[in-house]
Design a binder for this molecule. Structure first.
Ligand SMILES: Cc1cc2nc3c(=O)[nH]c(=O)nc-3n(C[C@H](O)[C@H](O)[C@H](O)COP(=O)(O)O)c2cc1C
Length: 345
């Protein structure tokens, strides 16, 4: 069975990517994800502003259940929980950070994996400088995060939703590097499809969809906000919305010219399959790696193998876009002779 995936210039050994988060902020965390079988690991993001790194000192993380009650971190149900948090960027000085990433990327090469440098933008020109330094350090792939949900609360990171701004960020960074460039976008924009088209026009080699959203949650006992502030939220409930945009990118934007990487809402091997069927070539997972440890990639890989065996799929790449390709538009749907409602009878 072939789990490998063509991702533009890369051939990933499988579609599993450890997403950028606190797990990927240390060499140990990155190595653990590589050892567990992740085909790529996106390092924690950096940018040019000390204020963005300082945000990490204000970080707070809670897990919420389906009824929005706090779940203890050692609960057996933590996997199903929604992770609500404030976060910030990596705090290591950039030269040390890049040396560390280059070292773990050398380790990754031995395991047929890739360590990816990530920038959550503040300004475009400094982002391009950092990207050039990442390339000079030997990193083989760069992810430009334009979708930071915390950008609505803190000016040290940006959630870029204006079309001309997306054009400027991607163009500026593209001009600075030749290595493959992935652009991570938010769905919380007027027209995410237009943003994706612009990123592609400006030379993005991969699109990542979609960043997490903002959230607010009061504690009904104390009447104060859980976390004490607004924050970013994601959970299994986010999956259909992420798949919506991935499938629309696949049908209306990329048309198989560049790969899409799905993120936001995958909690199992089956969810990874759902992303592939919607048009993603690979899937970035963060919350599951945080709640259950980076070793979880072993379990996800075994789950993909089981699924392919059960469905007699010899090449997992064949799944990419299958459901998106046969999705009907509302215009395509034939009318029924009589209207009926599931509750009638
Ligand atoms: C605690 C935390 C920190 C994160 N930090 C970053 C980051 O620095 N850069 C980035 O691009 N995405 C960051 N993300 C977003 C993840 O990379 C991922 O896209 C998102 O969590 C959705 O995937 P998930 O449903 O598997 O968690 C972070 C997510 C979490 C939960």
């Amino acid at each position: 069975m072939d789990l490998s995936i063509n991702l533009g210039k890369f051939r990933l050994k499988n579609p599993l990517i450890c997403a950028s988060s606190e797990i990927t902020m240390t060499a140990d965390g990155i190595r653990s994800a590589i050892d567990a079988g992740a085909a790529a690991v996106i390092a924690k993001s950096v940018n040019e502003l000390p204020a963005a790194a300082a945000l990490l000192s204000k970080a707070e993380y809670v897990l919420l259940d389906d009824n929005w009650n706090v779940v203890p971190w050692d609960s057996p149900n933590r996997r199903e929980a929604s992770l609500f948090c404030r976060s910030g960027l990596a705090q290591m000085p950039l030269d040390q950070w890049l040396a560390m990433l280059a070292e773990v990327d050398a380790y990754a090469r031995e395991k047929r994996s890739i360590v990816v440098g990530s920038i959550t933008v503040a300004q475009a020109d400094p982002a391009a400088d950092i990207a050039a330094k990442m390339q000079a350090a030997g990193l083989r792939w760069i992810e430009l995060n334009l979708g930071a949900p915390h950008g609505r609360e803190a000016s040290a990171v940006r959630q870029v939703t204006a079309q001309e701004a997306v054009r400027n960020y991607v163009r500026t960074v593209r001009q600075a590097v030749t290595v493959p460039l992935a652009v991570k976008l938010t769905a919380q924009a007027d027209d995410p499809l237009a943003l994706a088209k612009i990123a592609m026009e400006e030379g993005a080699d991969m699109l990542v969809m979609s960043g997490r959203g903002q959230g607010f949650m009061p504690d009904i006992e104390t009447h104060k906000p859980i976390l004490g502030s607004w924050g970013a939220i994601g959970g299994g409930w986010a999956l259909p919305a992420s798949l919506y945009w991935v499938s629309k990118f696949w049908r209306n934007v990329t048309r198989q010219k560049i790969p899409i990487i799905g993120t936001n809402g995958a909690r199992s091997a089956e969810d990874v399959v759902r992303f592939l069927l919607s048009g993603a070539h690979a899937v970035e997972l963060a919350s599951l790696a945080i709640t259950n440890g980076p070793q979880v990639f072993e379990e996800l890989l075994a789950g993909l193998v089981n699924y392919c065996e059960r469905m007699q799929i010899s090449k997992i790449q064949d799944l990419v876009g299958k459901s998106a390709d046969c999705s009907l538009t509302y215009d395509d749907i034939p009318p029924k002779p009589t209207w009926s409602f599931p509750l009638d009878n």
